[in-house]
Design a protein around this ligand. Sequence first.
Ligand code: PLP
Ligand code: TYF
Length: 393
Amino acid sequence: MFNSLKAQAPDKILALMGQYRADPRPEKVDLGVGVYKNADGLTPVMRAIKTAEKQLWEAETSKSYTALAGEPAFHAAMAEMVLGADYPADRLACLATVGGTGACRQAFELARMANPDMTVWVSNPTWPNHLSILAFMKQEYKLYRYFDNDARAVAFDTMMEDLQAVKAGDVVLLHGCCHNPTGANLTLEQWGAVADLLEAKGAVPMIDLAYQGFGDGLEDDAAGTRLIASRLPEVMIAASCSKNFGIYRERTGCLMVLSDAASKDVTQGTLAYLNRQNYSFAPDHGARLVTMVLTDATLKADWMAELEEVRNGMLGLREQLAAELRQLSNSDRFDFLARHRGMFSRLGASPEAVEKMRVDNAIYMVGDSRLNIAGLNTKTVPLLARAIIDAGV
Ligand code: PLP
Ligand code: TYF
C-alpha cells in the first residue's frame, strides 16, 4: 500500500538548513531557520535552564506519568507569564502541548469541535506551518492581508478591511509579537481596534505567542495578548517555550483557553481529551524546567537577565544593519530593519536577489527574503549590507 504514497513537498525552511550545512564555503552566513544564535553562531542552553536541570536531576525520584493536561503548576506559571499575575483563573483552561506547534494544532482541533463550520483567518504571510497544518486537517481557512511590501510595515487598513468578512464563531489567528516572517507588528492602539472588531463580529481570537521576550521585553511583548484577553469573552493562546527558554528540542508549549466560567470545566476536559487522542501525555521535562525557572526567584532573575542580553543583542544588530544600509544606499529605505522586532525581518528582495546572495556571498535567507537577525554578528553585518546593495535590493 505504501507505494500509493505521494511525495510531500519538503519544509522549505528546514530544507535550507540542509543546503547551508552542505555548503563548503567557510564564510557562509545562516540567516534561515528561526533559532537564536549568539555572536559565535551557537545556540546555548540558557544558564537558568542548565541549573534547573541539575537541580531536577538531583530531586527527581520518578518519571512516572503526570497529568494528561500537564501539571497545574506549569499551567499557573505560564498563565502568569503570558497573562500577568491577575489572570482570570476561573475562566482559564490550560493544556501542556508538544511545543507551540502542538498548541496551535490542539487549538484548531478544539475550535473545530466547538464549531465545525468555522473558518480560520490567517495573516498573509504567516509561518508556513500554520497553513500546512490547516490544509492537512482539511480545515477551511482564509487569508487576511497583513504586510505592505513597499513600506515593509503592517498594512493595517487593508487588514481591517479583510477582517470585515469574519463571521461569528470564526477563529482569527494573530501573532502575539515578533511576527513571523515579516517582523512587523501591531501597535497597542491597533490591537485595540482588532479587539473592537472581533468583539463586534463575535469571532474568537487565537494568538500564537512564540517569541515573548524577543521583541520589546517580556511584559511589552504580551501587551497585545493581554489586551485581547481582557476584552474578549473567548480567547485561545498558543504559547511556545522553545525560543524564550531556549529549549527547542524539549518540545514545550501551552495552550490557554479563556471561556465563560460555566464552560471552563468542560473546556479543560476537552483539552485533556485532545491530548489523549493525539499523543496522550505531552513531554514533561521542558515544562518542569520552565516551571522551576518561573517559580524560583533566583533562577527567574537569571533567566530574565539572559533573555534581555539575547533581546538587546538582536536589537543592536538591527540598528547596526540599518545604519550600514543607510550609508551604503544613501537613503533611509532600510530603516524598517530597526523598527521591526524579533528574530525576523522580511527584506522585500526578489527570489532572484535572494538566490544571488546565496550564490555570490554564501548568505542563506528564506526564499521570501526573510532573514534571521540572530544569524548575524557585528562582523557579518557589513558583509550582508554590501551583499544586499550588490544584489540590487
Ligand atoms: N509559531 C510560530 C509563529 C513560530 O515561528 C514557531 C517557531 O518555531 C512556532 C509557532 C512553534 O514553535 P515550537 O513548536 O518549536 O515551540
Ligand atoms: O520559522 C522558523 O524558522 C521557526 C522554526 O517546520 C521552524 O519557527 C521552522 C520550520 C519548521 C519548524 C520550526
